[in-house]
Structure formats: structure tokens, C-alpha cells
Design a binder for this molecule. Structure first.
Ligand code: NDP
Length: 279
């Protein structure tokens, strides 16, 4: 997908299930901060919100959605569950609890947050998710922080993973991971897409196009994600930054500009190693 121009603002995860490429990240917002940020974002035009059991903000996110007045079906809502629920029955329970906290009957996307390979039950978690899709509780399922070795085991169980949410930014391009995704038709969702206000936002490969196009460095990096076909969920509670982060569909980076940002890749692994870290 590298180098192609993504003309649409959504990607199809499953037949008829379209995920907006740009969503609002909600970690580490909690309580009223989370509710206010979500409500404001929806008013600005966000139609995709990313939360998780572990962020302890699902109830607040639900409040924010309610406050915005948006119709539920106009919103794409993603949540993730912890590894204690890794069984078919457990995933159903995790869904019941998450949907109750969020105040919704269904989720658009439900993710296995971490594989926890030592526990060895992430394949059962994926099977549980597929059952939730089959009975209409969720519209699509996916995983997060799964390395190719984990994804292979899911594949061997006969399941095609629609999406994997992993840490990706220009300095953490994870080329092997993303090549595996492309080879197996797995959509990449990028978390920490701005590298948590990463130093690369000041690099000439980013600030140059920003100046030429009259955009901010964050918009250039989010546009880079979009043109690579990544889903991206930048977090901000700030009105102006929420606005600019969503406004990345009215301009295009050239192949040379994309290549220069690609060249910022350092080969560094993600912050957290999903063979050992989990919650
Ligand atoms: P981000 O890359 O989204 O960076 C967030 C930081 O960048 C904040 O400090 C924010 O500041 C700042 N920022 C946001 N917009 C701009 C802008 N336009 N210009 C300059 N600075 C900006 O990192 P996160 O780690 O928060 O990741 C985003 C989301 O991904 C999370 O909120 C969460 O939903 C998800 N996530 C998923 C994980 C997983 O394991 N699946 C792990 C980690 C995150 P300010 O808020 O002040 O605007």
C-alpha cells in the first residue's frame, strides 16, 4: 500500500463495515476530561472513537457520546479487553461489561488488547470475538499488539484477522510487521500515531511539507499515515488540535515527500514488548 493515495476516509474491515481512517484516541483521559473531549470531538466531526477497558474511561466515553446527541449508528466505536477474558465465554462477558459501561447495544470493533502469549489463550479470545460477530453483538473484531508469530497462530486456527492496532509512527515504521499485515490482508491501525508529540514533528522532512502546504507538522504526519492506508487515532482534548488532526483529507503528499518521511524510520522496536507486557 506504500505510496498509494487513499482517496476515501474509511477502510472496509469486513463486508459493509467501514472504519474511519481518523479517530480520536482517548487514553489517558478519564472522567469528565474524557467525556468532554469525546463530546467536543464528535461535534467537530469525529466519527470514530478508540477506548479500552484498561483506560478506565469507557463510562465517561459513553457519557460524551450521549452528550453529543449523535445517533449511535453514525459513530464507529472501538474498545479492547484485558487478558483475563481470554476464553470464548470470557470474551462474551467482557463484551457485556464493556457495552454496559459504554451505554451501547453493540460495538463496531472489539480488540484483544494484548496477546499475553505466556497465558496462551489469545486464539480462544479471537474465536470468542468471531462468535460475537456471528451473533451480531459486534460488527468486526481484531487484535492489538500482536506480532507476526501471534498472528500466525490465529491464522492456523482458521481465522483471518481483519485489523491489528500497533504502535506506528515515522520513526517506528515497523517494516517487517507491516509487510506481514500487507501479505495477509490485515489492516494496520496506528496507535501513538504522533509518537506522543514525537521529536520527528520538528524534522525538516515533516516541517518542509508543512510550510509548503500551509499545514501543521501533525497534519503532515497524519496524512502520511492515511496515504499508507493506516487507521490512526491521535489523542487530544484540545479543540484546535482535535480540529487539525481530523483535517487531513483535503491535501496530498507527493511520493518524494512520503519517501522522505519514510526515511525517518529508526528500526526501533515498539515501546512495549508484547511477548512480555500485557494487561
Ligand atoms: P499520540 O501519538 O496520539 O500523541 C498524543 C500526544 O500528542 C498528546 O500529548 C497530545 O497533546 C499531542 N498532540 C495531539 N495532537 C497534536 C497536534 N496536532 N500537534 C501537536 N501535538 C499533538 O499518542 P497516544 O499514545 O495517546 O496514542 C493515541 C491513542 O492510541 C491513545 O489515546 C489510545 O486510544 C491508543 N493507544 C492504544 C494502545 C494499544 O495498546 N492498543 C497503546 C497506546 C495508545 P494534547 O493532548 O495536549 O493535545
Amino acid at each position: 500500500m506504500s505510496g498509494t493515495i487513499e482517496k476515501t476516509t474509511t477502510a472496509e474491515l469486513a463486508p459493509g463495515v467501514h472504519i474511519p481512517l481518523l479517530g480520536l484516541g482517548t487514553w489517558p483521559l478519564t472522567a469528565e476530561d474524557a467525556a468532554a473531549a469525546v463530546s467536543q470531538a464528535i461535534t467537530i466531526g469525529y466519527r470514530h472513537i478508540d477506548t479500552a477497558e484498561n483506560y478506565r474511561n469507557e463510562s465517561a466515553v459513553g457519557q460524551g457520546i450521549l452528550r453529543s446527541g449523535i445517533e449511535r449508528e453514525e459513530l464507529f466505536l472501538t474498545s479492547k479487553f484485558n487478558t483475563q477474558w481470554h476464553s470464548r465465554k470470557g470474551v462474551r462477558e467482557a463484551f457485556a461489561k464493556a457495552s454496559k459501561r459504554l451505554g451501547t447495544d453493540y460495538l463496531d470493533l472489539f480488540l484483544v488488547h494484548w496477546p499475553n502469549p505466556a497465558q496462551g489463550r489469545f486464539v480462544q479470545a479471537c474465536e470468542g470475538l468471531q462468535q460475537l460477530v456471528d451473533d451480531g453483538s459486534i460488527r468486526a473484531w481484531g487484535v492489538s499488539n500482536f506480532k507476526p508469530a501471534h498472528l500466525r497462530l490465529v491464522k492456523e486456527a482458521g481465522l483471518d484477522v481483519p485489523v491489528n492496532q500497533v504502535q506506528v509512527d515515522p520513526e517506528h515504521g515497523q517494516p517487517e510487521q507491516l509487510a506481514f499485515h500487507r501479505e495477509h490482508g490485515i489492516r494496520t491501525a496506528a496507535y501513538s500515531p504522533l509518537g506522543r508529540n514525537g521529536g520527528f514533528l520538528g524534522h525538516p522532512a515533516v516541517t518542509g511539507p508543512a510550510r509548503e502546504l500551509g499545514k501543521t507538522p501533525a497534519q503532515i504526519v497524519l496524512r502520511w499515515h492515511v496515504q499508507h492506508g493506516h487507521v490512526a487515532t491521535p489523542k487530544s482534548a484540545n479543540y484546535e488540535r482535535q480540529r487539525e488532526n481530523l483535517d487531513v483529507f483535503s491535501f496530498v503528499l507527493t511520493q518524494g515527500q512520503l519517501d522522505a518521511i519514510d526515511a525517518l524510520e529508526t528500526g526501533a522496536p515498539p515501546r512495549l514488548d508484547s511477548d512480555t507486557y500485557f494487561h
